[in-house]
Design a binder for this molecule. Structure first.
Ligand SMILES: Nc1ncnc2c1ncn2[C@@H]1O[C@H](COP(=O)(O)OP(=O)(O)OP(=O)(O)O)[C@@H](O)[C@H]1O
Ligand SMILES: [Mg+2]
Length: 309
């Protein structure tokens, strides 16, 4: 598999002398072509700093990276990259279609191609009716949509998205998901910084977790969220012996009202054992709904719930 992103010891230090803080600390990572990679981490972990270095907005203090096989700063490669920054408020008086057209022309599209492309991306990002509106008057979510439209106007082979869904309504999030998977289907590699773990779960194949500038885990999504099983149960007639047996089996149990409880198990095989313990003990199962632990739970566990690890 060819690499779209190869990062080697990338470091960014802000400040000097004893006050110097490494916001990104010797980060090494490889993302293959065609992947949707989720980059997670608590506030201040260094996600934006990383993406800004890769997008050429700021220079690394040390380390190196290659994008689409070329070192950072390669001009021809930059034309093949899209970057959607963390939400900014654009204060331009330009009309939406003119602002996007301006960006299209920066990529060397002629007037006809640029007009067609602007129409396409406005439709794609749900801004079709707003071509003539002034960008500065856009709502926060519309602002995020037009910044996304700008990031994909060159049909990038590699796309960096920094918290792209933070201001989007449910429809906007669905549009974003469709844009992301549509681009992936035509071969675009996507690097997605996000807090919205449920969004990441829906689209990303692999995720990396950054904490205090260091990459603490990189894995397939399924390996992070599984194989631990959480099961929601409702049962009638659970004796205290049965409850004790459930406690012995499960890694964690939380008993609620009306015979409801949630158990965390170490493996899928234990699901069957749990059902058996209940029925053997004379209990009647009313509900039994296993679910994988969510990325959010896995994430909190990984960083330590207080963010201290
Ligand atoms: N220009 C700067 N000068 C000094 N410190 C900076 C600068 N930019 C970022 N930092 C610091 O670097 C650290 C990482 O910031 P960064 O914006 O990369 O975090 P993040 O993971 O994107 O966080 P968030 O989830 O809040 O967006 C923070 O401690 C931040 O204060
Ligand atoms: Mg950020």
């Amino acid at each position: 598999m060819e690499a779209a992103i190869e990062i080697e010891g990338l470091t960014k230090t802000f400040g000097h002398g004893p006050d110097a803080i490494a916001s990104v600390d010797h980060l090494s990572l490889r993302v293959d072509k065609g992947e949707i990679f989720g980059f997670l981490g608590p506030n201040g972990a260094g996600k934006t700093t990383t993406v800004k270095m890769l997008a050429g907005i700021i220079f690394p203090t040390s380390g190196a990276a290659r994008l689409l096989g070329k070192p950072l700063g390669d001009v021809a490669t930059r034309a093949r990259i899209g970057f959607m920054p963390e939400t900014v408020r654009l204060s331009t008086f330009m009309r939406a279609e003119d602002w996007l057209g301006f960006h299209a022309r920066l990529y060397g599209m002629d007037a006809g191609r640029s007009r067609a492309r602007v129409k396409e991306v406005m439709a794609r990002t749900g801004l079709a009716g707003r071509a003539g509106s002034r960008v500065r008057d856009f709502s926060q979510g519309m602002m995020q949509r037009i910044i996304l439209a700008q990031a994909i106007i060159n049909e990038p082979d590699l796309l960096f998205l920094d918290e792209p869904a933070s201001a989007l309504d449910p429809l906007g999030r669905r549009d974003l998901r469709e844009i992301i998977t549509g681009l992936r289907d035509r071969g675009t590699t996507i690097f997605l910084n996000s807090h919205l773990l449920s969004e990441v779960e829906l689209v990303c194949g692999r995720v990396g977790i950054l904490n205090h500038g260091k990459l603490i885990r990189v894995d397939k999504l399924g390996d992070i969220t599984g194989p631990v099983q959480v099961v929601d149960v409702k049962a009638e007639g659970i004796s205290s012996e049965t409850a004790a047996a459930i406690r012995r089996l499960a890694a964690k149990v939380e008993f609620g009202l009306d015979g409801r409880f949630t158990a965390t198990l170490d493996s899928e095989e234990q699901l069957g054992k749990l059902a058996e313990i209940i029925t053997r003990g004379g209990g009647a199962l009313k509900e039994f709904s296993p679910r994988r632990i969510s990325l959010e739970d896995a994430f909190l566990e990984e960083i330590g719930e207080d963010g201290s690890s």
